[in-house]
Design a protein around this ligand. Sequence first.
Ligand code: UD1
Length: 418
Amino acid sequence: MSKIVINGGKRLTGEVTVQGAKNSVLPILAAAVLCDGVCVIHNCPDLADVDTSIKILRNFGAKVDYSDKTMVIDSKGIENYEIPESLMREMRSSVVFLGGIVGRTKKAVISSPGGCELGPRPIDLHLSSLKKLGVDITEEHGYLYCDATKGIVGTEIHLAFPSVGATENIILTAATAQGVTVIHNAAKEPEISDLADFLNSAGARIYGSGSDTIYIHGVNKLSGTTHTIIPDRIVAATYMAAAAVTKGKITLLNVMPSHMVAMLSAFRESGCDINVTGKSLTITAPKNLCRVPTIRSLVYPAFPTDAGPIIISMLSLAKGTTVFVENIFENRFRYIDELNRLGAKIKTEGKVAVIEGVKALSGANCVCPDLRGGAALVIGGLAAGGSTEIQNISHIKRGYDDIVGVLQNLGADINIKE
Ligand code: UD1
């Protein structure tokens, strides 16, 4: 089993081009299933979750070619509408393929995604919304059987919570439905707008993405198209935190600062100097990081839950105490015990983490419990004196395209050992 080994304490400097967003590329690959023609998708990051998506697409019968971060998908041959259980287990967000395949073939069979490392992640909002659009769904022996052969018809849907995945599945199912679908209390994340932009470039008529009311006027057919995935705002924040804890100065190229307002505000409050020029951003670490009194994760445009582990890891080295309140997922603090092994002083109770800043971290062995928790440990290891070994790094490969190579280029002493 491979592990990441870091000899911490090296100051990071230089430039990094930020990869395409994981949370954009997955729904857009699902959307390619709906297109009657060849889709060319640029800036596709090389991730384990993208590999799983390619397997799902090929299993449906699509032709997929992936090289140099460009994916070419020809969905003409799609006939199968099942996602095997093994692929559902590899990636919980496979559920976003449901809307794409139901829209395309009017049928789907998937195994129930169940819980994940962040706690129970129900899909009740996905299923109740698809049912409202006319998809008949039955659950048997852990499988969901979906049938929309009687037709998918637009309707008004009010989401009880602005779920990102449910909003995406509704958009995908409704894009080629009959009539108009309106999503009230829709998710407003930039990745939703990226999905709508992709579909609109293929001939869809989706209005209002980025706001809490989205209108989807169903069209008969979608064509092939070309699209570039937006930059990953969570990956950008990860490299910023890595620079901040090593007293470094780095420039990020290919970022959308307007997608990162809540995060940039937390970095600035901690004393980092951030200089934004168009689609690039330079962060200069302060001599000493200072606490940010309270950070609360909430839906966009508030502070993203996925950046919680990253900012907590950084603020474990700040002067003073920070309180972080996690409002989206129930079980997001599992990496904190591991971070404490490096000498951090963080206590958690329920959805609250109290981070008492320490002067320094020191290297230790730790185990990566989930994707962003793994990123938090890498940040801790970069700051820590001595050697840090991180095991179970397959989680990190789900969301970071060559994190080790990127950090080496910035001057870190970090390697993968088999
Ligand atoms: C997406 C992101 C994930 C991010 C999350 C929140 C992808 C591939 N993943 O996940 O990185 O952390 O948004 O920004 O884009 N919920 C229900 N019922 C549902 C659906 C969700 O109760 O049917 C709850 C969840 O349990 C959770 C909350 O809603 O507490 C947010 O989930 P959601 O916005 O759906 O997140 P995902 O789409 O799974």
